[in-house]
Write a protein that binds this ligand. Structure first.
Ligand SMILES: Cc1cc2nc3c(=O)[nH]c(=O)nc-3n(C[C@H](O)[C@H](O)[C@H](O)COP(=O)(O)O)c2cc1C
Length: 314
């Protein structure tokens, strides 16, 4: 398959990929799908305000300004409550629901959510089949997993359980929960899972460059990929993969200033924090951004921060 035909997903990243970031990144092109940050579901019904806060795009056809569809991601384990809230999200405009079974955070796992559920394929089956039974048939229900909680070998049973429960597809972050973010993602597991499971698999983990993408595609045989941290380091990575821009293209200072301005709608301090966070990520792949970031990271006043952004002439 030609790289221009692959499906590219922007990964959900709590505290980073909110609606403003989704709008910016999809504006650069190359992204086919986005996922919201996880919305935690306990035993209560989530208010519409929370849904709209996490996914304001629900009020605009559940897509970004550039028309990229957004999947609403839920995290929890209470089948009744998850079903009720998934259904509510659909009533509000969601067109695709994803379940998070990959979050490694201790508090989330202690409360029986995220990657903790990878210890039990039976529970994965019950959760997905329980929600599936309550959702309209035309709404896809997918799952995002890690290879396992402790052992990557668990991926086979977990993937089979999710498939037989009716998951439309699986996104697999190729590490266990125990591995957190090291060692490197091991994409070879996906090729093995694909021999046993027929639903589409989206490969995820450690795609930071076009070369990484090509290797991941070669190893996994997938035609859909999800990229998280790589998208922050190089916002043009998706369009580079699709051959829409040159591999050495960089984003320009005015775009960062726009990002800061957009976030000022929340508050200037929030805008400063989010812009620093993004520059810090970009500095991992650009010496020019690194030297600028080193200069501005100590600034605490948004007005001064904005002046420095104005002077930056990348
Ligand atoms: C700061 C941060 C927040 C994340 N939040 C979520 C989340 O809300 N839901 C989710 O399924 N995964 C979440 N993830 C995991 C990513 O979606 C992705 O699976 C992981 O970072 C590996 O992909 P990457 O190497 O392309 O970043 C998060 C990761 C990071 C670094």
């Amino acid at each position: 398959m030609n790289p221009s035909e692959v499906q590219l997903w922007l990964a959900p990243m709590e505290g980073v990929v909110d609606s403003i970031m989704r709008d910016f990144l999809t504006g650069f092109g190359g992204i086919d799908h986005c996922v919201t940050e996880f919305i935690r579901v306990c035993d209560q019904t989530i208010t519409d305000e929370v849904f709209y806060r996490e996914c304001p795009e629900l009020q605009r056809g559940c897509q970004t300004s550039s028309g990229v569809p957004i999947t609403v991601q839920l995290l929890g384990s209470d089948i009744d409550s998850l079903s009720r809230n998934a259904l509510r999200a659909v009533v509000l405009g969601a067109r695709h629901i994803d379940l998070n079974f990959g979050c490694p955070a201790k508090t989330v796992n202690r409360h029986d959510g995220g990657a903790a559920l990878l210890k039990s394929p039976d529970r994965l089956f019950q959760i997905i089949s329980g929600i599936r039974a309550r959702l309209p048939a035309e709404i896809p229900l997918s799952a995002k997993i890690r290879l396992g909680f402790e052992s990557p070998e668990d991926c086979f049973e977990n993937a089979a359980a999710l498939e037989s429960a009716g998951a439309s597809h699986l996104t697999i972050h190729c590490r266990t929960k125990k591995q957190m973010y090291a060692p490197s993602a091991d994409w070879t597991w996906i090729a093995r899972i694909k021999q046993q499971v027929k639903i589409p698999i989206i490969a995820n983990g450690d795609i930071f460059s076009v070369q990484d993408f090509l290797r991941c595609r070669e190893i996994t045989g997938c035609d859909a990929f999800m990229i998280g941290r790589g998208a922050l380091r190089d916002p043009l990575l998706f369009s580079k993969i699709k051959g829409q821009v040159a591999e050495d293209a960089v984003i320009k200072g005015p775009m960062i200033r726009d990002f800061f301005q957009r976030n000022c709608e929340v508050s200037p301090h929030f805008a400063q924090a989010r812009t620093k966070q993004w520059l810090k990520n970009m500095s991992l792949s650009s010496a020019a951004v690194l030297s600028f970031f080193d200069k501005i990271k100590v600034i605490t006043e948004p007005a001064q921060f904005e002046r420095e952004l104005q002077r930056w002439d990348q």
